[in-house]
Design a protein around this ligand. Structure first.
Ligand code: DQA
Length: 148
């Protein structure tokens, strides 16, 4: 059973990108951490990253077509702008958990709104890399029917 971890624009630069906001871990190290946590719970985690809105949309469609169990999704700046990504999340029945390293609600006003949140099963923001772990665990619990 597979879970997709999907990261949006500029997250390929984690580690050197504004480390005071986003921390010093690289995306690769976060992906590897999530892969091993998923594996211990019997899931194969597939990690994808793109700086292109259309590729992120297609990755969500693929998750549905390839029968993934869920998506851990950090849409990065597209969170705040992309109706197309929101519609993509709405267009699939695969559950999506939205994650942000930083607390978007405590930052600039333009980051307070998420286009995605209403179509996700939940949003986690402000806990750094640990937020990805929380999102993964929440998703696994959800797929086992233990949520709500
Ligand atoms: C982010 C928050 C977004 O506002 C920002 O554009 C990002 C990263 C986060 O993980 O904190 O690129 O999604």
């Amino acid at each position: 059973e597979r879970i997709l971890m999907l990261n949006g624009p500029n997250l390929n630069r984690l580690g050197k990108r504004e480390p005071e906001i986003y921390g010093t871990d690289t995306l690769e190290s976060i992906e590897n951490k999530l892969i091993s946590i998923a594996e211990k719970q019997g899931f194969a985690l597939i990690a994808r990253q793109s700086n292109h809105e259309g590729e992120l949309i297609e990755a969500l469609h693929d998750a549905e077509d390839q029968h993934f169990k869920g998506v851990v999704f950090n849409p990065a700046a597209y969170t705040h702008t992309s109706i197309a990504l929101r519609d993509a999340v709405a267009s699939i029945s695969v559950p999506v958990v939205e994650v942000h390293l930083s607390n978007i609600h405590a930052r600039e006003p333009f980051r307070h709104q998420s286009m995605i949140a209403a179509e996700a099963i939940g949003q986690i923001a402000g806990f750094g890399v640990y937020g990805y772990e929380m999102a993964l665990n929440a998703l696994i619990k959800h797929t086992k029917g233990n949520d709500h």
